[in-house]
Design a binder for this molecule. Structure first.
Ligand code: UDP
Ligand code: MG
Length: 319
């Protein structure tokens, strides 16, 4: 019998985990595929880990991968994919914003021969107007700058076949990454399914504006080298402006004998410096990405695994 692995990243979700399990477990039991539920505890500092251990005690199909500290949502998903043993893998959030009700549809897509199922938000009940606008703007800019075309409104809710998961496990070990982007850029048979993003069942979002800006910048760096060429283009543009200004100044001097304006010099200087600093900043961003890659530190560190495939006997239930 085929098996579906459901990977759930958990960071301080003590209020949502039980609720999630209550909804997801009956759905998984009813599926005609076997299942495993892999919770990746991303260094939670609340009771999440002990709740997960309780669930793992009552159900052997619940596995817990426990990180040594917080490594971030994407690292947690990568670890979940690494530890999954299913023929299909579904990554989703623990806050029920991604409906477990979609899992049977995903299984059907796998059976139809698809390898990558991107879940597209058809509408969202959370976040409101600002989040909608910023997220659509982000995808527009990304699609404009990157040679790869991304689905608008794709989310961290996606599913992969074992073959695609193997590609991610072996080839995509970048430290600065955009997992959703990798999933959409590997090729294979791709399809999409729609879902409605609900409001969080409990707790608060872990993403704030500054985290989202940082995330957007690193994503752009990892999928496009276009900003690096910005210096060349703006250099050309500013050179042209300088040439026009020079001709204008010479003409004014010869024809009307007007002196060069102080304001013109200041404005030109500010403009030039702004562009130079901007370009240096952009190069800095790319150097920071290179630096992370060269250091080659681990994407995540696992402290212990509960109910792992190989070590079922010697499992730890530390709390
Ligand atoms: N998450 C995580 N590590 C983090 C931050 C978040 O594993 O450092 C998990 C979190 O528990 C949730 C999922 O990632 O299951 C999505 O996070 P959140 O709901 O806060 O983000 P949003 O849905 O608001 O984008
Ligand atoms: Mg959420």
């Amino acid at each position: 019998m085929s098996k579906i692995s459901v990977v759930v990243s958990v960071y301080n979700e003590e209020l949502s985990i039980r609720e999630f399990y209550k909804v997801a477990q009956p759905i998984l039991e009813k599926c005609h595929w076997d299942y495993e539920l892999i919770f990746v505890n991303d260094g939670s500092v609340d009771k999440s880990y002990s709740i997960l251990c309780e669930l793992a005690k009552t159900n052997k199909k619940v596995r817990v991968v426990n990180f040594s500290r917080n490594f971030g949502h994407e690292a947690a998903m990568i670890a979940g994919i690494d530890y999954a043993s299913g023929d299909g893998i579904v990554c989703m959030d623990a806050d029920l914003q991604h409906p477990p009700e979609s899992i049977p549809q995903i299984i059907q897509k796998f059976e139809e021969g698809y390898d990558v199922v991107s879940m597209i938000r058809s509408s969202r009940e959370d976040g409101g107007f600002i989040k909608k606008i910023t997220s659509s703007l982000f995808y527009k800019v990304l699609n404009c700058l990157s040679p790869i075309k991304f689905e608008n409104n794709a989310s961290d809710f996606f599913a992969l076949s074992r073959q695609v998961a193997d590609v991610l496990r072996k080839e995509y070990r970048e430290k600065v990454r955009y997992l959703r982007g990798f999933v959409q850029s590997v090729g294979f048979n791709k399809t999409t399914l729609e879902y409605t993003a609900r409001s969080r069942v409990a707790g608060e979002s872990h993403y704030n504006l500054s985290k989202l800006i940082k995330f957007s910048m690193t994503t752009l760096c990892s999928f496009s080298d276009m900003p690096l060429r910005l210096g060349m283009y703006t250099g050309g543009f500013v050179g042209l402006c300088g040439l026009i200004l020079m001709i204008y100044t010479i003409v004014c001097k010869i024809a009307f004998d007007t002196p060069v304006g102080y304001a013109t010099i200041i404005v030109t200087l500010c403009f030039m410096f702004a562009i130079v600093l901007l370009v240096i900043g952009i190069i800095g961003q790319y150097i920071s990405v290179l630096f992370s890659e060269i250091k080659n530190r681990p994407i995540y560190i696992v402290k212990n695994v509960v109910n792992s495939d190989e070590t079922l006997k010697e499992d730890t239930y530390e709390e």
